[in-house]
Design a binder for this molecule. Structure first.
Ligand code: DGJ
Length: 360
């Protein structure tokens, strides 16, 4: 194979094996039976709404990707469907459930013509990795449940914090948010679920991690053994910290999470956290990006972290460089993670290859 074909070029147009630009944004990668599968949002030319659905590409070397078609199609016939064509369907992630032998896809869903107000998760399932995935349902997360460690007394104290009385972004409001103002507001109907990822831990337990509470607080929600439902156990992370785009990996027993701030499609400074238990406590670290444009994540936003097989301590930061005027011209920002004093560091590279990592 020519060297050129095995090279990552962050920000450049990235073609599939047929010579067409890869259209799989806000995505994630699943490694299964020796093959990497990249799932992502199909983006159209002039709208950020979902006109096609979730696409799937396959590769053995992470650089050459074969188009496997549409894994989850939006519903073109039923405008009442939760996933009607024209809905917003973002950040799909697929995991494999060893117990059921099924592939499970979670994604962020906004019902058609409602902007971003629905704030739902969506879930779909397939017996075959490339699909077609069958849409199961969408909804708000964990109705009737408070986060771990919250006591009845904490909630009672929140009774006095009536949202309308508090001016937005005052110190009093910030404090109320931290204590769970919006978690309490959404207790009955369920918690908001926007930017998201799914993580399968070494013990096979899976967690759905998403921006909740008006994008102010991340939730880390345990999934049932079949990965199809929330169990009702969840932790709140960085309350009031306004994190989106969560991407997570685990190395030597430590969980690392890279997120972004909330500035729509515009890039901002990445954030990084670590924990020794997935439910926390999480500790915040400085921005993992260094060098020119580190303050805007090199123009991109996190979406997933890929663990590279057969290489030592090899993780790839997978991000998106959004182009909202022409969403299908959004680019990919894949960079190797370097560890410095045990901490992940990201620096811009015009090009790089898997030779960056040591063979195991
Ligand atoms: C930032 C999110 O990370 C994206 O997935 C998308 O929802 C945009 N906001 C929409 O403005």
């Amino acid at each position: 194979m020519a060297k050129e074909e095995k090279t990552f070029y962050p920000q450049r147009v990235w073609n599939d094996t047929e010579g067409n630009p890869i259209n799989a944004h806000g995505g994630g990668v699943l490694y299964h039976d020796g093959v990497y599968y990249w799932f992502g949002e199909h983006k159209a030319d002039t709208t950020c709404s979902a006109m096609v659905g979730v696409t799937c590409y396959a590769s053995k070397n992470l650089t050459e990707w074969e188009n496997k078609g549409v894994a989850l199609a939006v519903d073109a016939d039923d405008s009442e469907s939760d996933i009607a064509m024209g809905c917003i369907l973002e950040r799909p992630k697929v995991v494999y459930n060893k117990k059921t032998g099924k592939f499970v896809m979670w994604f962020h869903l906004e019902l058609k013509d409602k902007g971003y107000e629905s704030a739902r998760y969506g879930v779909a399932v397939s017996d075959v990795v490339t699909g077609p995935y069958r849409f199961l349902r969408s909804g708000r997360a964990n109705p009737g449940k408070f986060s771990l460690g919250v006591t009845a007394a904490d909630i009672a104290a929140l009774d006095t914090l009536v949202e309308e009385r508090l001016a937005y972004r005052t110190a009093e409001w910030q404090e109320a948010v931290k204590q769970g103002l919006y978690m309490k507001r959404d207790f009955e109907g369920g918690q908001m679920a926007r930017d998201q990822t799914v993580f399968v831990d070494d013990d096979g337990k899976a967690y759905h991690i998403f921006s909740s509470e008006e994008n102010l607080t991340l939730h880390i929600a345990e999934l049932t053994d079949d990965y199809l439902y929330h169990t009702g156990r969840y932790a709140r992370m960085a309350p009031g910290g306004e994190n989106e785009a969560p991407a997570i990996f685990k190395k030597d027993g430590t969980y690392w999470m890279i997120t972004s701030g909330c500035t729509g499609w515009a890039p901002n400074e990445a954030r990084m956290f670590s924990a020794s238990h997935i439910m926390g406590p999480w500790k915040q670290h400085p921005n993992p990006c260094v060098g020119t444009d580190a303050a805007i994540t090199f123009g991109g936003q996190s979406t997933y972290i890929i663990k590279v097989e057969n290489r030592k301590d090899a993780y790839i930061f997978m991000g998106d460089i959004w182009r909202p005027e022409h969403p299908n011209d959004s680019r990919y920002l894949w960079l190797p993670i370097r560890f410095q004093d045990g901490r992940p560091v990201l620096e811009w590279m015009d090009s790089w290859s898997l030779d960056y990592f040591r063979v195991k």
